[in-house]
Design a binder for this molecule. Structure first.
Ligand code: NAP
Length: 290
């Protein structure tokens, strides 16, 4: 095995086995974790993501419910479907696949999900709780990256973490989770001047830009841990990350490949959040504060 490689598939599989065992324990007590996914329209990429999420939840022993709606559906109908799922005791996690068609307000849709069932960790209540260090559902991609760092025994405390990208679902929560674990955090984005000056100081470099092979060896400090969130197609149509893997690998001490790095962890943490929700309900009997 390549010692520099962070194998997200292998780590994800270990965590999925742990989840499966805990799901079985809940089922033995008469409680089956349930995940509902709402998908709107027929974007092929979104359908592939949703299929993978469903397949993974069934493999973990969970109940999986798919609600498919036409691209022309009204916002009101989506909100009504969410309200039904909020009231459904067999559903512990609700996910609305993004993006939504332009005529629908994503913020309103996310806000309609009961924050106790918001297993994507996008609801403002969960985001707020996460920032002030309270128990919350964590956004799945950054949560998965924390698990990759933990399971490879990467020290976070006292390290300088540089994050490229400040999206609400990856960059911003990523920095907060690292800050809580005592890293010193720098955020970079499209308006950052002299990007390489910042990235070369990173002990841990997290790249979430969405530009194929953008980060080169010149951006990276010798011995850095490099986490590549990007999912792009290269000039030959092959899946690749935001990091030029072949160029950067030698300089890094640990690096995630694309595919097979961060990607498998995102779905794994969605399963974990659904499990946590079901465990809470089955123990306390109510969907309340975690
Ligand atoms: P996003 O919302 O488009 O955000 C991209 C970020 O990159 C923005 O903050 C942007 O800065 C910054 N950026 C753009 N060009 C830059 C440049 N030249 N230099 C420095 N920063 C730059 O994307 P996202 O949703 O965070 O996703 C990022 C990538 O991760 C995409 O490839 C996506 O497909 C992938 N992704 C993968 C997973 C997974 O599970 N593996 C999950 C989510 C996302 P501004 O804010 O200034 O515009």
């Amino acid at each position: 095995m390549d010692e520099k490689l962070i194998d997200g598939r292998a780590i994800g599989n270990i965590i999925r086995e742990e989840i499966k065992e805990r799901v079985q324990n809940l089922k033995n007590k008469g409680c089956t974790p349930g995940l509902a996914v709402i998908i709107v329209g027929d974007d092929p990429a979104s359908h592939t993501y949703v299929k993978n999420k469903q397949k993974s939840s069934v493999e973990a022993g969970m109940k999986s419910e798919l609600i498919q709606l036409a691209a022309t559906v009204s916002e009101q109908e989506i909100l009504e479907r969410i309200a039904q799922l909020n009231d459904d005791d067999t559903i512990h996690g609700i996910l609305v696949q993004l993006p939504l068609p332009k005529h629908i307000d994503e913020n309103r849709v996310i806000l309609a999900i009961d924050s106790a069932k918001d297993v994507d960790g996008f609801h403002p209540v969960n985001v707020g709780k996460m920032i002030i260090g309270q128990n919350a559902y964590l956004s799945c991609t950054p949560y998965g990256i924390i698990k990759l760092l933990e399971r490879t025994n990467t020290q976070i405390k006292g390290k300088h973490a540089v994050i490229i990208g400040r999206s609400n679902i990856v960059g911003k929560p990523m920095g907060q989770l690292l800050l809580q674990r005592d890293a010193t955090v720098t955020y970079c984005h499209s308006r950052t001047k002299d990007l390489a000056h910042h990235t070369k100081q990173a002990d841990i470099l997290i790249v979430a830009i969405g530009m194929a092979k953008f980060i080169k060896a010149d951006h990276v400090k010798e011995g850095a841990v490099v986490i590549d969130v990007g999912m792009n197609r290269d000039e030959n149509g092959k899946l690749c990350g935001d990091v030029d893997f072949d160029d950067v690998k030698e300089k890094s001490s640990l690096i995630t490949p694309v595919p097979g790095g961060v990607g498998p962890m995102t779905i794994t943490m969605l399963l974990k959040n659904t499990l946590l929700s079901a465990e809470r309900v089955c123990v306390s009997g109510k969907h309340e504060d975690k």
